[in-house]
Design a binder for this molecule. Structure first.
Ligand code: GLN
Length: 494
């Protein structure tokens, strides 16, 4: 095999090695494909991958490098893609049977931007069906396992992306986050996961779950990689009407320049409602307490803040997100999009195609969303939820008048066992620390905070910044990471 050190696989390490000609892009793609074939049998992070097309792109990259015409320092580096983000010619099933036969006719803007820098999209990573779930158990095809303990879930819905990065299959991957789907699996698998500010990254080519909440973002082995990918994919896009008028980030430079500094002068707010949350696993609480002490040692000032409407966040989310999902998923009917089942007439086609094509959780959400939007209930549920959403957003604005960043846990619990959360409500409540951020719109990063002393499993901490505060957010995260308080996930089987 090649001289690729899989234990240290990262975007920055690959950029270095390609620049020093330690290996070529073709060798990188071949080695990654071989490693996935050899080691993904149990974890199952990948739904599939197309080695041929990745090799063709790698050949072009090597030719550019030989001619001294690389598109960026990252030319030739492989990046994984969650199965709800469009890559030309690749399947885009969203881990759902209804879209299993569908191939993307175009690239998502995030993918086109990565390709413009020479990145090579590789593989379709498993997820909860249509990004609805927190464990990857809702994939219509098979669940993905947590590489750090295969009896446990990798989190979700971007479970395949987190597992592939934690298992050292890929230097980084894209996920999507509607209520925590990047940050929670990052925490469960011991990786970094960033949810950018709403509108920072174009949603064009991301299959919509809840359009006012969805954002694409990176899952990476370290903060610098997450910054590099954010820089590549961020920026205004006329193809997405919710895209913010901004030029994109310069986060990698900020991280490199700032990570040796301390956190002197940085005020970090602890939302008292989060801190006091009952039901916090003792290992999660311990890591969180340690993180506070570590941040103080780094010079940060810790202040108490309040996010009083947090208690309504889960309820609001499951009204807003399901309402939007019921509208967004209406197009998957076997006629406009999706696998069509034999039927006697139009209505029967809808029933049969959607009946066979969607899994139980997706159907539950469509029903809930249709109900809250129906006449007679719209004012009582949907409109009310939108008003409370505004209050949640204002809570964050108010908190940021008193501090620069917020610190919270990512999830109240450790990665759980398969089948452990069979009650949907129990599963929904596990998103308590992540979804308020999607409702408010600002950015947050999950980074390895430490390990649970009993199981040795990773526990993430979440730093949150105001709108468009990614540079500041990632620099603080890199300072924390650099102090080696953080947990380094063990290399998996290679
Ligand atoms: N777990 C949450 C849900 O099931 C969040 C999902 C997501 O962020 N895509 O809705």
């Amino acid at each position: 095999m090649s001289n690729i050190d899989f234990a240290k696989l990262s975007v920055s390490a690959c950029a270095d090695a390609l620049a020093k000609k330690e290996y070529s892009a073709v060798e990188l793609v071949k080695a990654i494909a071989e490693n996935v074939r050899k080691n993904d049998g149990e974890i199952r992070a990948f739904l599939k991958f197309d080695e041929e097309s990745a090799l063709a792109a790698a050949k072009e990259s090597d030719a550019r490098r030989a001619a001294g015409k690389i598109l960026s320092p990252y030319d030739g580096i492989v990046i994984g893609v969650k199965d709800n983000i469009a890559v030309t010619g690749e399947t885009i099933s969203c881990a759902s049977k209804i879209l299993a036969p569908v191939k993307s006719p175009y690239d998502a803007t995030a993918i086109a931007k990565l390709k413009n820098q020479g990145f090579i999209p590789f593989g379709r990573l498993n997820m909860d069906e249509f990004a609805m779930g927190s464990s990857c158990e809702n994939s219509a095809f098979f669940p993905t396992k947590n590489p750090l303990d295969t009896s446990r879930v990798p989190g979700g819905s971007s479970g395949g992306s987190a597992a592939a990065v934690a298992a050292k299959f890929l230097p980084s991957a894209l996920g999507s986050d509607t209520g925590g789907s990047i940050r929670q699996p990052a925490s469960f698998c011991g990786t970094v996961g960033l949810k950018p500010t709403y509108g920072r990254v174009s949603r064009y080519g991301l299959v919509a779950f809840a359009s006012s909440l969805d954002q694409i973002g990176p899952l990476s082995p370290n903060v610098e990689d997450a910054a590099v990918i954010l820089d590549a994919i961020s920026g205004h896009d006329p193809m997405d009407c919710t895209s913010l008028d901004q030029t994109g980030t310069n986060a990698a430079a900020a991280v490199r320049a700032g990570r040796d500094a301390s956190l002197k002068g940085v005020k970090i707010g602890l939302p008292k409602e989060y801190y006091a949350a009952s039901g916090l696993d003792s290992g999660v609480a311990k890591v969180f307490d340690e993180a506070i002490e570590n941040l103080k040692k780094l010079g940060a000032e810790i202040v108490e803040v309040s996010l009083p409407h947090t208690e309504y966040a889960v309820a609001v989310y499951y009204i807003v997100a399901t309402a939007e999902a019921s509208a967004n998923l209406a197009r998957f009917d076997g006629i406009r999009y999706g696998d069509r089942k034999e039927a006697k007439d139009l209505v029967d086609t809808y029933f049969k195609s959607r009946g066979a094509g969607f899994g139980a959780e997706v159907k539950r959400r469509i029903l809930l969303g249709t109900y809250v939007l129906s006449s007679g209930y719209y004012d009582a549920y949907y409109l009310r939820a939108q008003k409370v959403r505004t209050l949640i957003k204002r809570d964050f604005e108010e908190a940021f008048t008193k501090c620069d960043l917020l610190l919270t846990p990512v999830a109240p619990n450790l990665p759980f066992h398969f089948g452990e959360k069979s009650d949907p409500l129990q599963m929904y409540l596990s998103d308590i620390f992540t979804i308020a951020l999607n409702l408010a719109g600002n950015c947050g990063v999950s980074l390895p905070g430490g390990v649970d002393p009993t199981t040795g499993l990773p526990v993430g901490i979440q730093l949150i910044a105001p709108n468009l505060g990614e540079e500041k957010l990632l620099t603080a995260a890199a300072i924390y990471e650099k102090q080696a308080f953080a947990f380094a996930p063990k290399a998996f089987g290679c």
